[in-house]
Every structure is written in C-alpha cells, then in structure tokens.
Design a protein around this ligand. Structure first.
Ligand SMILES: [Zn+2]
Length: 212
C-alpha cells in the first residue's frame, strides 16, 4: 500500500475533481489507474468526500480484489480495457449529463466539430446497452473504444481513458463539452459533418503534437 499511496491519493483527487467540474454527480462514476500487477479503483458505495487513499481497492489482472472494501461494480470494464490497451494507464467513467443524454438516445457523437478527433478518430461511438457491471457491458465498451480514447455507453454514461489520470479527466471534460455542443446543435437543426479526410488530418495533427 505504501508504494501506491501517492497514486491512491491522486485517484481520490480525480474522483473529487470529476464531481467538482460538473461531469458527475454523487457516487455514480468511478476512477482507476494501472499498477504493475493490476489496477487501483474507487470503492463501491462510498461518497468521494469520505473516500481516503486506503479505501481505494487494488485488483489483479483477473479481477481479484485485496483489502477491506468492495471495488466499484464497474471494475470489469476497467480490467478489460487495461488488458486490451497497453496505451491506457487511467480510466474515468462518469454519468455526465450531456453525454448521457446522447447515450440515452443511442446517438454517437459524429464529426460535427473538429475537436471530436481529440478522442482519437472521426467520431465518438456509443456502445450498445448492457446491464451495469456485466461482462457483456465490458465487451461492448472495449469494442467501442477500439482506436479511440472515449466512448458513450447507451442508457448509462461515458468512458474516457488516457496515459495519466490528468489526461483521462481532461478528455472526459472535453467529451462532455462536445456532447453539450452537439446536443445544442441538434436542438436547432442538423449540423453538417466534417469529411473523413478532414478528421483524419486533425487526428494526425493532434498525434503529432503528442497531446492535443
Ligand atoms: Zn456507470
């Protein structure tokens, strides 16, 4: 625990920041970070304001937890994203209002704005619905994240991943901002979309900056 204390504290800080920045309310989301032999994740059923670094739960690569607390019920998609994606070191999952509104309509976020490319491609997909905590939901999430750093989860919320807790949280905030702009656009009309060529150009430009 001692060698992960700083990372545990950063997970708590990221969970608190998620709510403070308005992308999550109450206890619904969760935050995790990769460690050598698995990952650390926020616990189940404990308000972030009351969560201490020692409450963060360690799971190994198969999902076995150690310590006194139960992991977030969504630990399966965290485990499977880390297994599928060597580029991911942190995951933020939120029920942010605008992204979740689109997810409830089963609407992905298309190339209506060039910043959609910040998630790694020409759109931000919406994974099909499955019951929370299930392997089926995890499978859908991993597929929707293929070649991407964010996705929506139908009738549920969103996931943002990154090489650090800071980059995953920043991407979650960006996805929520894009979801709000897209929602406003479709309330007024139907926005024209940027071409695949243009989105590929923007993705390449973001990648060449290292970080968008
Ligand atoms: Zn959730």
């Amino acid at each position: 625990m001692n060698d992960t204390r700083a990372l545990r504290a950063r997970i708590v800080a990221t969970a608190l920041a998620m709510n403070a920045q308005g992308i999550n309310r109450g206890k619904s989301g969760n935050v995790s970070a990769r460690i050598d032999d698995g990952f650390l994740i926020t616990p189940s059923a404990l308000p972030y304001e009351e969560t201490k670094p020692r409450d963060i739960v360690a799971l190994d690569g198969t999902g076995n937890a150690t310590g006194g607390r139960k992991p977030s019920s969504e630990w399966r998609f965290h485990r499977d994203i880390y297994a599928a994606r060597a580029d991911v070191a942190a995951i933020v999952h939120a029920h942010s209002p605008f992204a979740t509104t689109l997810a409830c309509l089963e609407r992905p976020i298309p190339a209506f704005h060039y910043m959609v490319a910040v998630a790694g491609g020409g759109d931000i997909r919406c994974a099909p619905y499955a019951t929370f905590g299930t392997q089926t939901l995890s499978d859908h999430a991993v597929a929707a994240l293929d070649g991407r750093r964010a996705c929506l989860l139908a009738h549920h919320g969103m996931i943002a991943v990154g090489a650090s807790l800071g980059s995953a949280l920043a991407l979650a905030v960006e996805v929520e901002t894009l979801a709000e702009m897209y929602w406003r656009s479709i309330v007024v009309g139907e926005p024209t979309l940027l071409s695949d060529d243009e989105m590929a150009r923007v993705v390449a430009r973001f990648e060449s900056y290292g970080k968008p």
